[in-house]
Design a binder for this molecule. Structure first.
Ligand SMILES: NC(=O)c1ccc[n+]([C@@H]2O[C@H](COP(=O)([O-])OP(=O)(O)OC[C@H]3O[C@@H](n4cnc5c(N)ncnc54)[C@H](OP(=O)(O)O)[C@@H]3O)[C@@H](O)[C@H]2O)c1
Length: 294
């Protein structure tokens, strides 16, 4: 397993395992399978309501805690200084861990910016206290980063954002790089273009002919080619699957390399069309979603 070094010196496995939309009652089983295959980095979130399932898999595993990299996210309804400190307590209790490796803000809250700043200040305190090894953000666009950096003492280590061949956010990747922030790709194989019941009418990255041709040339799958594309371009990836054969396939990307021409061919597939919600659109429903106690 290759590693990425964050801007505070902490190292993170180059590939993690995501659990968005993984049903809570299946989470322990699939995370156990991912750990068996070799994943050591798990990406969950308070708002996925499956942190306890991740915790059950950690508890059942004999892998030393220091060999695991556990990442979770604070949901917007828990923003604010004291609320975010309490969100850390809720998350660690559900996960059954004393400390987190990476804790990030799930979204900017542009219409409640003061609470976003206060939440980030709480992350900085958790980091200073050694309760969180690294802190970061998610779905921040360049102007959100600039605004945050006006008040932040700690530059985020990671910005977790939508990146796949059909939506590449090159300006945002450049802004992250300029600040030494690792770009962590969500929907790295384009899940948001084909989620069951979601992608109807959209083009699926899994069926893209350019990616299929590159995959055939390497005797790899389209998913493996997309993951390899991210890793070779310096992005972190957190593919999700509840299917054992895919969990294994998505991990098996370190024995081949794409050529410069193949990387460029995938770069050229960008449509500029976002699959997920626009981080600047106020969504009151997001704030109504309450995160339960452990
Ligand atoms: N910060 C955010 O706002 C945000 C938003 C979205 C996601 N995320 C994070 O990013 C992670 C990954 O993103 P994602 O779940 O949206 O999308 P993804 O990992 O790009 O794709 C997941 C989808 O692809 C299928 N799949 C997985 N491996 C496959 C393979 N080898 N071949 C064919 N199909 C495959 C999965 O199906 P099965 O599970 O049925 O196998 C699932 O439907 C999430 O789990 C979460 O941790 C964060």
């Amino acid at each position: 397993m290759e590693h990425i070094t964050l801007n505070n010196g902490v190292t993170m496995p180059a590939l993690g395992y995501g659990v968005f939309q993984t049903p809570p009652d299946e989470t322990a089983t699939v995370v156990t399978e991912a750990l068996r295959v070799g994943y050591r980095h798990i990406d969950t979130a308070a708002a996925y309501f499956n942190e306890a399932g991740v915790g059950a898999a950690i508890a059942a595993s004999d892998i030393p805690r220091d060999d695991l990299f556990i990442e979770t996210k604070v949901w917007v309804s828990d923003y604010g200084h004291d609320q975010t400190l309490h969100a850390f307590e809720k998350a660690t209790a559900k996960l059954g861990v004393e400390h987190l490796d990476l804790l990030i803000l799930h979204q900017p809250a542009p219409t409640r910016w003061d609470s976003t700043v206060a939440a980030y200040r709480a992350l900085e305190e958790l980091h200073a206290d050694g309760k969180v090894r690294a802190i970061g953000v998610s779905n921040f666009m360049p102007h959100h980063l600039e605004r945050l950096l006006e008040t932040a003492d700690v530059i985020p280590a990671v910005n977790q954002i939508e990146v796949h061949p059909y939506f590449q956010q090159k300006d945002l990747l450049a802004a992250n790089a300029e600040h030494g922030i690792v770009s962590q790709a969500w929907s790295p194989i384009g899940g948001i273009t084909f989620y069951p019941g979601w992608g109807d009418g959209k083009r699926s990255t899994l069926e893209d002919p350019t990616i299929a041709a590159i995959a055939a040339a390497h005797r790899k799958t389209p998913a493996q080619v997309m993951l390899r594309w991210h890793v070779q371009e310096g992005r972190h990836v957190i593919p999700k699957s509840v299917t054992p054969s895919r969990i294994a396939d998505n991990f098996d990307i370190f024995d081949f390399a794409l050529t410069g021409e193949q990387l460029a061919a995938i770069d050229a597939l960008d449509t500029g069309v976002r699959g997920g919600p626009d981080p600047d659109t106020p969504r009151d429903a997001f704030f109504a979603l309450a995160i339960p106690e452990a």
